[in-house]
Every structure is written in structure tokens, then in C-alpha cells.
Design a binder for this molecule. Structure first.
Ligand code: ADP
Ligand code: ZN
Length: 741
């Protein structure tokens, strides 16, 4: 009897197929978990990834088909990453195929993108002085090529030489031309000068000791929550912790919320580790497919020891992982909003445990999930309550915009309250810089007819259209639908239309009128479309070529401008009235974060928060820099209502272009759940989603809560298996959702 070597292969493609194949004798030693293989599939050929390898003593009853070939001798995934993938697939109830798409960048999986290769030229043999002299007479340009090659210690790029002469020399056997791989470096041309580790202050010292002892015994160490106010020196802790991991011969993984938005943070890592610059790999959404391909292979070939990236970098194929740092761990961008809908911060904790790596989560405003984990002892809490740079926390002034409206006797106040305007004038006079923050793009948020009350709505979504002046169009921020700005009401033809509400575009215009001498730039998704534009604008601001920056959340995080002494939050209420139990938490985080941009130099900063709800706890606790107070009150409410962190949510959304069908499907599902779920699982009522129509699809939703998410998904699996859903209906399941709707 022959032993049977078989593998379980996940077939590439959307159909979510997994099959067993046998492995031909010759390939047995080379095929491993994570290997890419070619396989026969029905009567075509396909490719796939090996998820399991099995050896049985005999062939068994069934004859399996052989795999055809091995694509690459090195498995693209480690055994641990495959295991992590399985975990994600089960926890988030996501098809393994979608997980695989996250684990392996498309640029790596498809063979379309390859290393960039160039032709390089080298001498094929020695050239004597006489021979060269003769050539100089006959063919001076060929001689020139030879001289250049003789002067260089390495092969020379073809593009730097006269091509025709090279080809002629090649024919004569004097030079050889070969292909050579060159890496694409996303930071090409940027030169970083090294920085030295800082001497830690006593608070940092204590924190560092805990991190170091965790690094010495990582399998015993629970995840660490580094809770430190803005400017308390968390980044310095990350840097020194990473250095310690490297010193121990290990690798490090750093997650940042969205790398293209935090260039300054990335630069600090690049600067500290400047001497090993080529061993740092960077991942973010602005990389080209080629750059992504190269960065990934750099890690895969073990040429990278530090990986810095946004969400998906959590899957970087680093081996011998010593530490995973998650900066701004509370950020919602760590949640992937399409399948497999994973939360990278939580994956960091899972991966850290699987790989025996230290997990270091840092924030000035920890998410209540992590904070509660630290309170309950599941995580180790480290606190930095003092600023490391001796700056003081900024003074936060809350401006009641209701009073401002009354004062002006016209109901609606303008963009800048009088107090804010006077304060900004003063700062500008003293040559200090100002940031205005408003989390809304565009010029005006609605187009309203004075005659009939018509409001311009998107044709495809249940949302009103925003006017963008630069394009002279009304734009839907949900689906991107655009139409030319009508000059009169499309409904009744009345020309007296009004543009209400304001976004960053209008603020920038208003700055020009109210502060005419100030040099202003706007930073939002509309103005920052070109690669490097953000980096350039921030550099101009930093070097004092600009006085005022107007921006959305793009400027809320991680930026460090010593000369910014005033930050104006123009409308703190924007996120506050969302139908979401996290809206208060998010507002608190945002205010604290934005406030952290003020006074990062020697001068004390000042923050103006304009709001119509000045007494809201999120505003008041933020004003007093009181995270603990906010958390205590908020956690009490969450506990009372069994919301996270005291439960896990699973959100079911049913979507369809057919409104009745979507609603009916959800109601049917709800009835089944009602009958079969145990009381320990809290089942909400089916209801329209807050955004009831998006991109032509109607949406209805239902929330379930329980102590653990797998409890819910297990029941869901059995119940949904027994149901069939109409074809035009999509059922989306989001485990631990960050947004409700
Ligand atoms: P956080 O990441 O907590 O916002 P940073 O690491 O950015 O804080 O530190 C804020 C500032 O304080 C930075 O300019 C940093 O260089 C400085 N800093 C941090 N630690 C120290 C230290 N031990 N001694 C002196 N300056 C420090
Ligand atoms: Zn739309």
C-alpha cells in the first residue's frame, strides 16, 4: 500500500471552493501549508492555495486528482497565517476566499504584477588598452560605453548608455546584457536622518519596564494598553520597544490608522530606524500595485524587519514576530467595512497570541472595549498622564452657538463665532498658526427651494446632495452621484433657491473674507487627490508658508505643528446625534484628538469648540481633559443596556433594490430567530437602517447581542442554513460592527 499525501486547496475565484487533491511523489517534499499550486478543476485548470496537508498510511477508497504543479517553491503564507485566516473566517462568518484576498494582496496573488526589471550591461571580458584605443578610432561611442563599464563596480543600467552601441558590442561578445530586478521604493528620493533614542522620563521608564519584561516572556504577557495623553511620549515607547525586539533578533509590526493621513508618524519611524531603512516595509492604500507587490516580497524574503502599515498590514508575512504595535487603537479605520469585515486591532491581539508576540495598543482616548479589558485585568494598563514635552494641555473653551445666534438676532449664527474670530485675529497678528476643523466636505450641505420647500436628494440614496462650488455640481457623499447645480428649483421653477449648511469648501472661502491677510489651505478628500499632495501641504504649513489650515478628519490625527496655538472646532455636534450608541464616545475622541493639535510647542494652545449642545457629557468631559470621568459615565450606561464592551453585537442587514422584498426577508428571518434563539441572546427588532437607501438598495437591519460573538454566529449558521433567500436579496452579517447602519 502506498501512503496517501493529500492537500486541501482553496481555489482562487469567487465561488468559495475547497477540494482535496493528491500530491505527486516528486512534489511531496515541496508542497506545504501556504503553497500556491496549479490544479485541475472539472475540465479546466485553476490555481489555489494549500490550507492543509495530510498524510495517511494508505490511499483510501477515493482516488483524488493530482495537483498539476507548484507555482512557487516558497509558501506564500505561513502555517500561522493560514490558521489566523481560518479563525477570521469563522469569527466574522466570512468566506475563506474573502479572507484570502485580505491575507494576500491581489498584486501578489495574481501573476500579473511582477518585479520591475531593467536591462543592465556588464563587460563580458577584459579589454586591453590597445583594443580600446583601436575602438576609439573606429567607433568612439562604443569605446565610451566600455570606459563607463570599466569605471563602474556594478552592472550599469542600459538606459544610461547608448543603446545601439551596447547592442553592437553585445554582438561582438564584448558585453552582456541581462535583466535585473529593482525594487520600487514608495519613499524613493526621501532621505531620512537618524534620530537617537530619548532619555525616558520617570513615567515612560515605568511603562518601558513593563514592555521590556513582556518582551522577555511574551507568551505569558497579556496585551498592553498604553493609555497616554496626547504628547505624553507614547511614540517614543513604541520606538524603543521595537528596538528592543530587534535587538532580540525579532521583527516588529506597526499598525497606524491610515498611513497616508499620518505621514509625520511614519516619518518618525523612518527617522529612528534610518540606518536600516531598506529593512522597513510600508503598506498603505496609496501604493501602486507594483509597490505593494515589492513591499510584500521584501517581507516574504525576510529582507524586512519592520513593517508599518494601515489595517491590512496586520497580515504581513513577517516571521519571528516580536511585537505588534497598534497606534491610536480606538480608530474606526481598523475595521474593514467589506468582507471579511475584520477589526485589525482585535486581529492583532489574536495574532500576537498565536505567534507569541507582545501586543502594544496605544491611545490618548482608548476605545471603551480596550479600556474595559484593561480595567478587568485582561490587558495590562500603562498610563502616561504627563506630557513629555513639557507643553501644557490646551485650554478648551466651549462656545454656545445658541447664544451666538440670539446675539446676532437672526437665528442662525455664522461660521465663526465672535469670540473665535477675535481670538484668531490675535493669533494671526502674533504670527501664530490656526487650524479650523470641520468634518464635512463641500460648500453647502443642502439645496433648498424657498418657494416650494424642495430639497435636492440623490436619485440613488436616501440622502441630500451637497453643493461643491469648484465643480459647480451637487454631489452625493454616499454613492458619488453628481449633477449640475440647477439655477432654479427643478420642481416648481422658482429661482429663489438657498444653499444651507456649510462644509470645508465654504469655510475656506469664508476665511478669505474674514481673515483676508491669512494664507489658507484646505485639506480634505477633494483637495488632496494627488499623491504626495497632503505631505506637501503639511510641509508648507509646518515651514510657515501658510497661516491657516481648514480640514476634515484628515488633519485631526497625529500631526505635530509647534506653531499652532489655536484650533477651532467649527461644529462639534456633527457626529453627536447619530443613531449609534457610540456617537458620544466618538465625539469625545474626536474633540480630544483635534484639541491635541493645539499647543504642541512652547506656547500654550487654545481650542474653541462651537456647539449647540454645550452641556453634552462628551463635550464637557473633553473640555476638562477627563477621559476617566467620561468612560465611567459611558460604561455605566453601556452596562445597563448590555451594549459593548459588556456584550458583542452582530448586525444583520438585508439589502435589495426591491424594498418590500428586503423588509419581508428580514421579518421572516426575525421570526425564525425569535423562535430558536436562547434568551441569553438579545434579539432586536427589524427596522429600516439609518440610511434606508444607498446606491439604489433599500436596507433593513436587525441587531443581536450576546456575551460572545461565536455564540450568536453558531445559532445564525444553523438557522440560516435551513433558509433560502430570494436571489435579489443580500444578507450581510457584521460581527462587532463599528457603525450601525
Ligand atoms: P504621543 O505619541 O503620546 O502623542 P510623542 O511621542 O509624540 O507623544 O511625544 C510628544 C513630544 O515629546 C515629541 O516631540 C517627543 O519628541 C517628545 N518626547 C517624548 N518623550 C520624551 C522624553 N523622554 N524626553 C524629551 N522629550 C520627549
Ligand atoms: Zn447617492
Amino acid at each position: 500500500m502506498r501512503p496517501r499525501h493529500s492537500v486541501r486547496v482553496l481555489v482562487d475565484g469567487p465561488s468559495e471552493l475547497e477540494f482535496n487533491y493528491s500530491v505527486p511523489e516528486a512534489l511531496v517534499p515541496r508542497v506545504q501549508i501556504g503553497s500556491r499550486v496549479r490544479i485541475p478543476l472539472r475540465n479546466r485548470r485553476a490555481t489555489g492555495t494549500v490550507l492543509e496537508v495530510e498524510t495517511l498510511p494508505d490511499e483510501g477508497k477515493f482516488r483524488l486528482k493530482d495537483i498539476t504543479d507548484l507555482i512557487d517553491d516558497h509558501p506564500v503564507l505561513t502555517r500561522k497565517l493560514v490558521e489566523l485566516g481560518r479563525w477570521i473566517s469563522s469569527y466574522y462568518r466570512a468566506p475563506m476566499e474573502s479572507v484570502m484576498r485580505s491575507l494576500l494582496p491581489e498584486a501578489v496573488r495574481s501573476d500579473v504584477t511582477a518585479f520591475r526589471e531593467i536591462n543592465v550591461v556588464s563587460l563580458a571580458r577584459e579589454i586591453s588598452v590597445d583594443e580600446l584605443a583601436a575602438l576609439e578610432q573606429k567607433a568612439p561611442r562604443q569605446a565610451e560605453v566600455i570606459v563607463k563599464l570599466q569605471q563602474s563596480t556594478e552592472p550599469v543600467a542600459m538606459s544610461k548608455l547608448a543603446a545601439a552601441s551596447v547592442r553592437a558590442l553585445e554582438k561582438k561578445g564584448v558585453v552582456t546584457v541581462a535583466l535585473q530586478e529593482v525594487g520600487r521604493d514608495p519613499h524613493e528620493g526621501v532621505h531620512f536622518i537618524g534620530s537617537e533614542p530619548l532619555a525616558l522620563n520617570p513615567e515612560q521608564e515605568v511603562a518601558m519596564e513593563t514592555v521590556l519584561s513582556a518582551l522577555e516572556n511574551p507568551s505569558e504577557a497579556p496585551p498592553i494598553l498604553l493609555f497616554g495623553v496626547t504628547g505624553s511620549g507614547k511614540t517614543e515607547i513604541y520606538l524603543q520597544a521595537i528596538q528592543a525586539a530587534l535587538n532580540a533578533g525579532k521583527t516588529a509590526l506597526v499598525l497606524v490608522p491610515e498611513i497616508s493621513l499620518t505621514p509625520q508618524t511614519v516619518d518618525r519611524f523612518k527617522t529612528r530606524f534610518a540606518s536600516m531603512q531598506s529593512e522597513i516595509a510600508i503598506f498603505h492604500s496609496h501604493l501602486s500595485a507594483g509597490e505593494r507587490h515589492d513591499e510584500w516580497h521584501k517581507i516574504h524574503r525576510r529582507q524586512a524587519r519592520i513593517v508599518i502599515g494601515a489595517r491590512s498590514a496586520i497580515f504581513a508575512p513577517l516571521e519571528n514576530l516580536g511585537i505588534i504595535v497598534v497606534d491610536e487603537e480606538h480608530e474606526t479605520t481598523y475595521k474593514q467595512e467589506n468582507p471579511p469585515r475584520y477589526q485589525a486591532r482585535d486581529i492583532a491581539v489574536v495574532r500576537g497570541k498565536m505567534e507569541g508576540a507582545v501586543v502594544l495598543l496605544g491611545s490618548a482616548t482608548p476605545g471603551l472595549e480596550s479600556y474595559q479589558n484593561a480595567l478587568s485585568g485582561k490587558y495590562t494598563m500603562l498610563r502616561l498622564d504627563q506630557r513629555a514635552d513639557d507643553c501644557q494641555l490646551p485650554l478648551i473653551r466651549v462656545i454656545d452657538m445658541r447664544l451666538e445666534g440670539k446675539r446676532l438676532q437672526k437665528g442662525m449664527p455664522g461660521i465663526f463665532s465672535e469670540k473665535l474670530r477675535i481670538a484668531v485675529d490675535k493669533r494671526l497678528e502674533d504670527s501664530e498658526q490656526v487650524i479650523f476643523f470641520l468634518n464635512r466636505r463641500g460648500f453647502a450641505t443642502s439645496f433648498v427651494c424657498q418657494g416650494c420647500g424642495f430639497v435636492a436628494k440623490c436619485n440613488h440614496c436616501a440622502s441630500s446632495l451637497t453643493f461643491h462650488q469648484s465643480e459647480d455640481k451637487l454631489v452625493c457623499h454616499i454613492c458619488g452621484f453628481r449633477k449640475l447645480m440647477p439655477r432654479k428649483c427643478p420642481d416648481c421653477g422658482d429661482p429663489s433657491v438657498r444653499l444651507q449648511g456649510y462644509g470645508t469648501e465654504r469655510v475656506a472661502e469664508a476665511v478669505g473674507k474674514v481673515f483676508p491677510k491669512a494664507r489658507v489651505a484646505r485639506v480634505d478628500a477633494d483637495t488632496m487627490q494627488r499623491k504626495n499632495q497632503l505631505r506637501e501641504t503639511l510641509a508648507a504649513f509646518k515651514s510657515g508658508k501658510l497661516d491657516i489650515l481648514v480640514g476634515t478628519q484628515m488633519i485631526a490625527k497625529g500631526l505635530h505643528f509647534p506653531n499652532v496655538t489655536l484650533v477651532g472646532v467649527l461644529n462639534a455636534d456633527l457626529g453627536l446625534h447619530m443613531p449609534d450608541f457610540r456617537s458620544g464616545e466618538r465625539t469625545f475622541q474626536l474633540l480630544t484628538q483635534v484639541a491635541g493639535r493645539a499647543g504642541r510647542g512652547e506656547m500654550k494652545g487654545e481650542v474653541f469648540v462651537q456647539t449647540f449642545t454645550p452641556h453634552h457629557p462628551a463635550v464637557q468631559f473633553a473640555r476638562h481633559h477627563n477621559f476617566d470621568g467620561f468612560a465611567e459615565q459611558e460604561l455605566e450606561m453601556r452596562k445597563l443596556c448590555s451594549f459593548p464592551p459588556f456584550s458583542h453585537c452582530v448586525l444583520i442587514t438585508v439589502r435589495s433594490t426591491n424594498e418590500r422584498m428586503a423588509e419581508f426577508t428580514l421579518e421572516t428571518l426575525h421570526k425564525r430567530l425569535e423562535k430558536e434563539l436562547p434568551p441569553a441572546i438579545l434579539l432586536g427588532n427589524p427596522a429600516p437602517s439609518p440610511l434606508v437607501k444607498a446606491a439604489d438598495q433599500y436596507r433593513f437591519q436587525l441587531m443581536m447581542r450576546a456575551k460572545s460573538a461565536p455564540t450568536v454566529t453558531r445559532y445564525l449558521n444553523t438557522i440560516m442554513e435551513k433558509m433560502t433567500f430570494p436571489e435579489e436579496v443580500f444578507v450581510v452579517i457584521d460581527v462587532d460592527p463599528m457603525y450601525l447602519g
